[in-house]
Ligand binder design. Sequence first.
Ligand SMILES: NC(=O)c1ccc[n+]([C@@H]2O[C@H](COP(=O)([O-])OP(=O)(O)OC[C@H]3O[C@@H](n4cnc5c(N)ncnc54)[C@H](OP(=O)(O)O)[C@@H]3O)[C@@H](O)[C@H]2O)c1
Length: 148
Amino acid sequence: MDIILIVAITIDGYIARRSDEVISWSKDLKLFKKQTMGYPVIMGSNTEKTLAVELKGREKIVVHRNDDPKKILENLDAKKCFVIGGGKTYTKFAPFLTHMYITLHPIVFGKGIQLFSNLKEELSLKFIRKITVDKTEGIFQFQYKVIK
Ligand SMILES: NC(=O)c1ccc[n+]([C@@H]2O[C@H](COP(=O)([O-])OP(=O)(O)OC[C@H]3O[C@@H](n4cnc5c(N)ncnc54)[C@H](OP(=O)(O)O)[C@@H]3O)[C@@H](O)[C@H]2O)c1
């Protein structure tokens, strides 16, 4: 099964200003919907609280601190699933990722919630493709495969 991290990120590596932020600056919501539709989406409990809309057509899996990521993934019966955030959840699932879809936004927060914090191991990535989200604003999604 493909286990795909999907994120909107700032130039300086942040995914939100605070853990309760409703993300209104992301410009890739249409792409997010298209790519995740029909597949399980895994999220942390903070992210669930910040969701502005219901993620229709996708099985929603909410992760809590004592959940074992390996067990959650083993229980899924799908060709692919998406890890949709936030920072604590991206970090928890980092060792299991097969792909990363990163939409870089030309914003700098200077502080906030990082994509990952204190990963035990580095990840090696191989570039797959770039998708244009908004050419004028310079917003692109970069897709990578995680090299095991
Ligand atoms: N830019 C993007 O693409 C994007 C995507 C998704 C989310 N976000 C943003 O990310 C933010 C949320 O990220 P987040 O990292 O705060 O939360 P999160 O990953 O959504 O959820 C927090 C997770 O960490 C656990 N946890 C809480 N306190 C813990 C502790 N002391 N030790 C171990 N685990 C603990 C929680 O479990 P319990 O349920 O047991 O507390 C939950 O599983 C929001 O602002 C959201 O809008 C941005």
